[in-house]
Write a protein that binds this ligand. Structure first.
Ligand code: ADP
Ligand code: ZN
Length: 750
């Protein structure tokens, strides 16, 4: 029985009764049915929120109406819906269908997906106000026969002359009167009030200087022609635009979008949040009349305003981070995902969708192309092109034949500076000196913020977070120890908090320590640090990049914030301070990510007329991944890594889901994980399904925010199999109340 508890006011619906199907913001939930009372019959539409009675007693809850149909089921008693909460549907039928697909694909509740996909600002109509407008009543006798006092006559006359209803303040101003004549007319039913929602919003978008499209080189033209062919044939295909950094991919997207706009359609361009720099935005604004930019720090009312503009068809191009894949454009013609390999396209909270897969599905339903652009495709995408499902288009050359920079692997195992606990080895130090002397700029990359990641006690090891199994990082600028996994902070202790010995030592280097060393070694250089600590103020990110562009900064150092998408012609040196930390993480994609990162960072140089170079410091100079990256050898890397993944029966050869259980008590979560895995294995065996269950095991960080965590993985050659077994299994497993469980389909962080 899929109905809420029976209550006395349930009735059996007649066979001409309109029924609303409603979903709630809950995991793996079913669709519930409610009678639509006659007064709502003309008003209800799928995509509206409704208030419905739920459970025993008088309690009610908010849900989404997802469908309506006519006719009850004989013998089945239903409750009636109590209220329709939105005047208009919050999303179109095709977007509603897409959210249903997401719920299935990512094993979440349909209502959860809707809750997450529709911005809060849209739900509460942020930035709008209800205002009363008046219009003249229909079929009034001639105004002069009414014998009205002069002010009332004036007001009514205005409304009879006006094509549009008018607000009270407009009427009083135009008729030179107060509000009482309006009230009197209303009482006599000569004028009729109407409530309308109006925007109180105004957005002053920056007007960019207009730029003409560039003349494409032959590789770019060939790529564009391929895309245009798919567009003109109105069919879906995913095209991987695989081009080294600076090969002119963005220019190709722009000209493909130009064609889409000429059909009266719109385009969505997804970019990683950190690439939403003024530079990127300006580039699109300079080419198109109407560009909406959706980033994560829009206010609710800005978001609502954009949503409406987009839905009305007034926006040609939507540029935005992950969630812009849900932009309600009415006639979508093309989706582009730039930097396809970025893990931020995967949402890390329910419904845990991957924007690339949602985009693929949306494009498939709309019969339009999806373009994935990157210098370093994910192995998932690469494999699809190898299997002939997607098509790969390669841009081999950088624009204007600028060479890719030479990358030197610097073996720091015996470096005298490193042995003295510096972060910059001898070669790196020299290279910085040379670059600065020649008037060039440098970027130094270190993927760890703070001053030092470990406060070491000789007796009992590091000082860890009381809530997580994570060593606390010393932040010198704030004089505090900080946990990078939760919000915990504390004063730095004089003595070890565990054994009370003095003599704690700082081990390892974060960006703050690197900054101190760089200032010390290059006192004349102008230095800026960019990481999430130094970039807390909104706008500070853009400001530093602007100063770097103007060459008011010589050396920019920071975390991956500086690795992505920056395009500065005067950068002649890029230094990767530590290639090893990322490589040796307990993560399936550690190698892939290291390759991506070195390639991306290397792409930051040699973009102007000056030749650039890249230095990569490592303790593992023979590591194949680092070698491939140094030789700009994507194909070599892919072949090597695919071979390993095949042996491991891992993605992209198999689909994977990760299940994480957590509880405050370690014994309970351990026992539950074992019990669940056992039951699941039995069910898989009984159903004869090709699914492997790996685990359970403690998560790599066992304790996080006070919770102990265990996890296990499901892998299968067919994603559908995992989906099916999980839907069957969950309602039967009876999870202990103390335990939380989540499933992450296609996880990117393991
Ligand atoms: P990618 O997106 O592949 O990194 P971009 O499209 O950003 O490459 O191009 C890199 C640089 O080359 C940009 O400054 C861009 O303006 C310039 N560019 C791109 N295409 C051309 C072209 N056909 N002719 C001249 N310059 C170009
Ligand atoms: Zn913590």
């Amino acid at each position: 029985d899929d109905q809420p508890d029976l209550s006395p006011w349930e009735i059996e619906a007649a066979n001409d009764q309109l029924i609303a199907e409603v979903v709630f913001n809950r995991p793996l939930d079913t669709v519930y049915r409610y009678i639509v009372p006659d007064e709502f019959r003309e008003l209800i539409q799928p995509g509206q929120r409704v208030r419905v009675p739920f459970g025993r007693g008088n309690s009610s809850t908010l849900g989404f109406c997802v469908r309506t149909h006519v006719g009850g089921t004989p013998g089945k008693r239903l409750k009636s819906l109590a209220e329709i909460c939105d005047r208009e549907p919050l999303l179109s039928q095709s977007m509603l269908d897409l959210t249903e697909w997401i719920a299935g694909r990512y094993l979440s509740g349909w209502g959860q997906v809707l809750e997450s996909v529709i911005p809060a600002g849209v739900k509460r109509q942020a930035g709008t106000r209800e205002i009363v407008f008046y219009r003249a009543a229909d079929s009034l006798p001639d105004i002069d026969t009414l014998k009205l006092p002069s002010k009332q006559h004036a007001v009514l006359n205005l409304l009879l002359q006006s094509d549009d209803p008018m607000r009270v303040d407009e009427l009083t101003a135009a008729a030179g009167c107060g509000v009482s004549p309006i009230d009197s007319l209303k009482k006599k039913n000569f004028i009729i009030p109407e409530r309308r929602r109006v925007s109180t919003h105004s957005i002053g978008g920056e007007i960019a200087t207009r730029q003409e499209d560039l003349k494409l080189n032959s590789e770019q033209s060939a790529a564009l022609q391929e895309i245009l062919k798919v567009l003109r044939e109105s069919r879906h295909e995913t095209l991987l635009l695989h081009g080294v950094t600076g090969s002119g991919k963005t220019e190709v997207y722009i000209q493909a979008i130009r064609e889409v706009i000429s059909y009266g359609r719109q385009a969505i361009v997804l970019v990683p949040e950190i690439s939403l720099t003024p530079q990127t935005i300006r580039r699109f604004r300079a080419r198109f009349d109407s560009v909406a930019v959706l980033h994560s720090h829009l206010s609710d009312s800005d978001r609502h305003w954009h949503w409406q503009q987009i839905a009305s068809g007034d926006v040609q191009v939507v540029v935005g981070a992950r969630s812009a894949v849900f932009a309600p454009v009415p006639h979508l013609g093309l989706i582009v995902i730039d930097e396809e390999h970025e893990t931020t396209f995967k949402q890390q909270s329910v419904p845990r969708y991957h924007a690339r897969e949602v985009a693929r599905e949306r494009a498939r339903r709309d019969n339009i192309p999806l373009i994935l652009g990157t210098a370093t495709p994910t192995l998932e995408t690469l494999k699809r092109t190898m299997d002939g499902e997607d098509r790969r288009i390669v841009l081999k050359e950088r624009v204007e034949q600028r060479p890719l920079p030479p990358v030197s692997i610097v073996d720091i195992r015996n470096d005298p500076f490193i042995q003295r606990r510096h972060s910059l080895g001898r070669a790196m130090t020299n290279a910085i000196q040379v670059a600065l002397k020649a008037g060039g700029q440098g970027i130094l990359f270190l993927n760890l913020r703070g001053y030092s990641p470990v406060l070491w006690c000789g007796k009992c090891k590091g000082v860890t977070c009381p809530d997580c199994d994570v060593s606390l990082t010393w932040h010198k600028d704030r004089s505090r120890l900080v946990c990078h996994s939760c919000d915990f902070e504390m004063e730095s202790p004089e003595r070890c908090p565990t054994c009370h010995q003095p003599g704690l030592r700082l081990i390892g280097t974060g960006t703050q320590r690197l900054e101190a060393e760089v200032i010390n070694k290059f006192p004349a250089a102008r230095i800026a640090r960019m990481d999430s600590d130094s970039m807390r103020k909104p706008g500070s990110h853009d400001e530093v990049l602007e100063r770097f562009r103007e060459h008011e900064i010589d050396l920019l150092l920071g975390t991956q914030m500086i690795a992505k998408g920056l395009d500065f012609p005067n950068v002649t040196l890029v230094g990767v301070i530590d290639a090893d930390t990322l490589l040796y993480q307990p993560d399936l994609r550690a190698g892939e990510r290291t390759f991506h990162l070195i390639s991306q960072v290397a792409g930051r140089t040699g973009r102007g007329d000056k030749q650039g170079r890249v230095l990569v410091q490592t303790l593992n100079p023979d590591e194949p991944i680092i070698q491939f990256a140094a030789h700009h050898d994507f194909d070599g890397f892919a072949k090597y890594e695919l071979k390993q993944r095949k042996v491991m029966q891992a993605p992209p050869f198999q689909s994977m889901a990760r299940v994480i259980l957590r509880a405050l008590d370690e014994r309970i979560v351990q026992a539950e994980s074992q019990r669940i895995c056992q039951l699941l294995r039995e069910r898989i065996q009984a159903g004869n399904r090709p699914i492997r269950v790996l685990g359970p095991a403690p998560a790599p960080i066992l304790r996080l925010r006070k919770y102990f965590r265990y996890h296990f993985q499901l892998t299968s050659p067919e994603q559908q199999q995992i989906e099916e077994v999980w839907r069957e299994f969950v309602p039967t497993m009876k999870l202990a109340a103390e335990v939380d469980m989540v499933i992450d389909m296609d996880p990117v962080d393991l």
